[in-house]
Ligand binder design. Structure first.
Ligand code: ZN
Length: 313
């Protein structure tokens, strides 16, 4: 029997799992702290991989990592939580060490791939996946293909401009969706309004997060509710534009902010409908939330291995 070794490079944890060639139930899973600001991340990763390494033949190692990556040459271009991994040829290093093919992909793109293969997007041919948490990212399946682009950098769905004179994004550009609708952006809007004199039950909260804003909104805090409507308006505007470009049959929402449910999903839906050029885009369109949860990175990596192996088989 041959197997796939899947790796999820998270900001706080490295995870490794061994999957059979068919099925999504891992034979083994192990995890270890990333400690990305300290030396020795690669050594921690290989110790982890050694601990799960199968006796059976491994067909491939497949890695999901955050940040821009080049999936064609297996290099991490940069990843915010592991500064030492800049232009880092991770796939080649793993392949040399373990003597099997190694693949690398962007975690948001691979989450889209995983949700399509194993989660909420099963049975669809055209899938839009959008994750809204500390950042905003996504991935698109079009006619049963993951859109990757010429350098593997396609579908950075959080870095589209929705407010040209808006706040500066984590990427340095002004007015991107991520800068006005991510979790930190929602909390920052509330704090700005409080500084400007608005009343809110959140005025005395230190280190405010979107989760606390959601709690206050559920208790009826007007400013907190408004912050979600405002973010939802921007996300809905962007989703309408994505529908015009990709015309998916399902939109799958993930990330911590979408766990606030109707607080954010209702304004997204209303804004999407207001901004769509033709109602036909909405006929039969399903809106869903993710199904894979915590395992999205590992299952995305598994799906990537099958996608790459099917091209060489
Ligand atoms: Zn940006």
């Amino acid at each position: 029997m041959s197997v796939i070794v899947a790796i999820d490079i998270g900001g706080t944890q490295l995870r490794a799992a061994v999957y059979p060639l068919t099925g999504t139930t891992p034979i083994t899973v192990q995890r270890t702290p990333t400690l990305g600001m300290e030396d020795g991340v690669f050594e921690r990763l290989t110790a982890l991989v050694d601990s799960v390494w199968p006796i059976e033949l491994a067909d491939a190692i497949s890695v999901a990592a955050p940040g821009p990556v080049d999936p064609y040459n297996g290099t991490i271009i940069s990843t915010p939580n592991i500064p030492a991994w800049t232009n880092y040829p991770l796939a080649e290093m793993l392949s040399k060490r373990y003597k099997v093919p190694a693949y690398l992909g962007n975690d948001a793109n691979l989450a889209a791939l995983g949700e399509w293969k194993y989660g909420a997007g099963q049975g669809h041919h055209d899938v839009l996946y959008l994750t809204i948490s500390t950042g905003i990212g996504g991935g698109v399946i079009s006619s049963d293909m993951l859109i990757e682009g010429s350098r593997g950098m396609a579908t950075e769905l959080g870095h589209v401009t929705v407010l040209s004179d808006g706040p500066v994004c984590s990427c340095g550009v002004r007015g991107h969706l991520e800068a006005v609708a991510s979790g930190p952006a929602i909390a920052r809007y509330v704090l700005e309004q409080i500084s400007a004199g608005r009343l809110s039950t959140l005025s005395s909260v230190k280190n405010l997060t979107a989760r606390e804003v959601a709690g206050a909104a559920r208790q009826g805090d007007e400013l907190a509710k408004e912050a979600f409507v405002r973010a939802g308006n921007f996300i809905g505007l962007a989703v309408a534009e994505f529908l015009h470009i990709f015309n998916p049959s399902i939109v799958i929402f993930g990330g911590g902010v979408t766990q606030s449910g109707s607080l954010i999903l209702d304004p997204i839906t209303e804004s999407m409908k207001r901004n769509i050029m033709d109602p036909s885009y909405l006929y039969g369109l399903q809106l869903a939330t993710v199904k894979l949860g915590d395992d999205a990175g590992l299952l995305g990596a598994l799906a990537q291995a099958h996608m790459r192996l099917s091209k060489v088989r």
